[in-house]
Unconditional design. Sequence first.
Length: 285
Amino acid sequence: MNNLDWNWFFSSFSQSAAALLGIIAAFLISRLIGLNERIDKTISDFESLQIEFHNIKERFSIRYFDWYCKQLIATSSKIENAVTKGEFEKLDDQSILNKLYELETRLFKADDLILKEFKTKHKNLNNRSNSVLGYMPQIIPTSNYKDIETEQEAINQLQIQAKTIILQFQKNRNDISCYLKTITSCKIIIFVLLISFPITVIYPLHFMPLPVSKPPVLSFSFDVIISNIFSFKGILLILFFAAIESIIGYFLIMSNDAKKKVNNALQQYIDFNYSDIKNYSSYLG
């Protein structure tokens, strides 16, 4: 032990630690850069989906839902048969609506309009059945059926597009949520690097150079600490420490910025539910 050269130990230790931390840092840098690119793309996709959402919502607003529901009630043989059988007798308004939506699944959500049109149809059917000629079925022009089918097809196409957008919104939100977990793991690694570098690299190097066969001595004397800090070796180690810690700190700032972008995007999902079909049109859902 008398001939032990501690310089080899401290040199090998600090070099090994620096190499290991460098590998981890390289992986982290690659991970963060790739993560930032994916976050930017996902947020860009989210903004494109928002534009598409408003486009579909606007197209829903110009569809003739009221006219369609009126015509459907007027031409529905299912509703007419149920009325003639007395299935709506003694039902309250909500029960009537439930019955109508059950009979005509093609109806959209327009409670007040549907209830008003049904009551008018119900009254007309009763008047016809009580007439001297007896019950006479209503004759509906063929063109009405074609117009109803055309409007229904246009609305159905918009519904398909809306449901597709909803699935894309859900995937986008899931992707953004997953980024938070990745950012958290990256920040943990960054903090480990910030702490490990001065302990495993800077601290062993400050013992060097040592005379052969002389073991390192720990000293807590204020004068010794000051003299080491302001020595040429101490200044070089401080500059080295500041440079590396600044680089690692930059990636900590990058991860915090990425987290803010993700949280802002998630807040927009919280402020408005893009996955609810009712938000595309009040007639849906």
